[in-house]
Design a protein around this ligand. Structure first.
Ligand code: AOF
Ligand code: ZN
Length: 377
């Protein structure tokens, strides 16, 4: 029997469970699952914690044991129907005797999809699309990667209330608070790649490494920095990517140290003797074809990109329509003249402005964190 309000409430819990896996599952999705017994009581909960680990459904079913028989499973992503790193969840749900499965979002991965159809063909009642928006949001990086075959891009910047990221003389230290910088580190550590432009590498010589906690003395203010270290659960260290069309990265740049892998993206006609892992890409406008960059990164299982460092590069990403999420840390301060957070973004007249939507507004210490997405997303 369908009960929309109850369904939404249990799916909301499954979305929360999925969120617990965030930052650890790449290149796999975040997935949450709640299993009810036949009487409608919660019998098991689970989430996917790391690629290669048990799927959310399997974790929740194990907890429920025999109580799953005749019960209902709520899953944020269509149960898989394949044997990849682990066995098919459709089969596990059938073996457990679950009578009904409620799904938020269909699986866009052609290798794994088909779980809903298999369950239905075995007489299980299947409801889809429940709380789809929230389940899309929690898994947005992976869904972008799986649907579009490119990495998902978060552009992060810190600025004053009047939108400046550096003073007129180029200094930019400590626009935002230590709390905001700690928050940036948490976000950065959850990404698979940290991307900066050659301008930032030449101006600031950042390490572009990520680690979980704040360490202001080692840190750069609002640009990348910090000491290396893996995030939770021994996950991969984010790969560092320098967008450097003309191969101007100095061999001595800190981004080329041995603390994390680094890719230097150069134009396919760039002439260079740089000893580094080079990624050759077509040119586009004044820079590189960034869509090609994101496809190449996706081929290397980079699901999520954290873009920082450089208004010029950020402008190119915006111009090429490749920013999926903007995270802005805004300090209650004014600079007036100074460098804008965003460079040339292809807007000639007001009708061409890039319209976004604010999705989250959170105070962080004395600052504000704004999360916005393109109005079309
Ligand atoms: C997950 N966790 O909880 C669910 C997934 O490589 P595998 O065998 O782990 O399979 C990965 C695919 O399984 C993944 O791309 C997605 O399509 C599907 N569902 N994956 O990692 C889960 N339910
Ligand atoms: Zn599965």
């Amino acid at each position: 029997m369908e009960r929309p309000e109850r369904d939404a409430a249990f799916m909301a819990r499954a979305v929360e469970l999925a969120r617990s896996g965030h930052g650890g599952t790449s290149p796999n999705p975040v997935v949450g699952c709640v299993v009810l017994d036949a009487a409608g009581q919660v019998a098991g909960e689970g989430f996917h914690a790391y690629a290669g680990g048990p799927h959310a459904e399997v974790v929740a079913l194990a907890q429920a044991g025999e109580r799953a028989r005749g019960g209902t499973a709520y899953v944020t992503l269509e149960p898989c129907d394949h044997t990849g790193r682990t066995g098919p969840c459709s089969g596990a749900l059938l073996a457990a005797g679950v009578a009904r499965v409620v799904i938020a979002v269909s699986d866009p991965n052609p290798k794994a999809a088909g779980g809903a159809a298999r369950l239905r063909s075995h007489g299980v009642a299947v409801t889809t699309g429940v709380l789809a928006e929230a389940a899309e949001r929690v898994n947005e990086e992976w869904l972008t990667y799986a649907r579009l075959g490119r990495s998902h891009v978060t552009w992060k910047f810190a600025a004053t209330l009047d939108g400046r990221s550096a003073a007129a003389d180029g200094t930019s230290q400590w626009i935002t608070s230590p709390q905001a910088r700690a928050d940036v580190h948490r976000m950065r550590a959850a990404a698979d790649a940290i991307v900066a432009g050659i301008g930032t590498v030449l101006a600031d010589d950042p390490r572009l490494t990520a680690r979980p906690g704040p360490s202001p003395s080692e840190d750069r203010p609002d640009g990348p920095g910090g000491v290396p270290g893996a995030g939770a659960g021994g996950r991969r260290v984010p790969v560092r990517v320098v967008v450097d069309p003309d191969a101007r990265t100095p061999q001595s740049a800190r981004v080329l140290d041995d603390q994390a892998p680094t890719l230097v993206a150069v134009a396919d006609d760039a002439d260079t003797g740089l000893k580094a892992d080079l990624l050759r890409l077509p040119r586009h406008d004044d820079g590189l074809d960034l869509r090609a960059l994101l496809s190449e990164l996706a081929a290397r299982e980079v699901v999520s990109v954290f873009l920082e460092g450089g208004p010029t590069l950020a402008g190119s990403f915006v111009r090429q329509g490749l920013v999926d999420r903007v995270v802005a840390y805004v300090a209650p301060a004014l600079l007036g003249s100074g460098r804008s957070a965003l460079g040339e973004a292809g807007v000639r007249t007001i009708g061409e402005l890039h319209r976004l939507r604010f999705d989250e507004i959170s105070p962080i210490g004395p600052d504000v964190r704004l999360i916005a997405r393109p109005a079309t997303h």
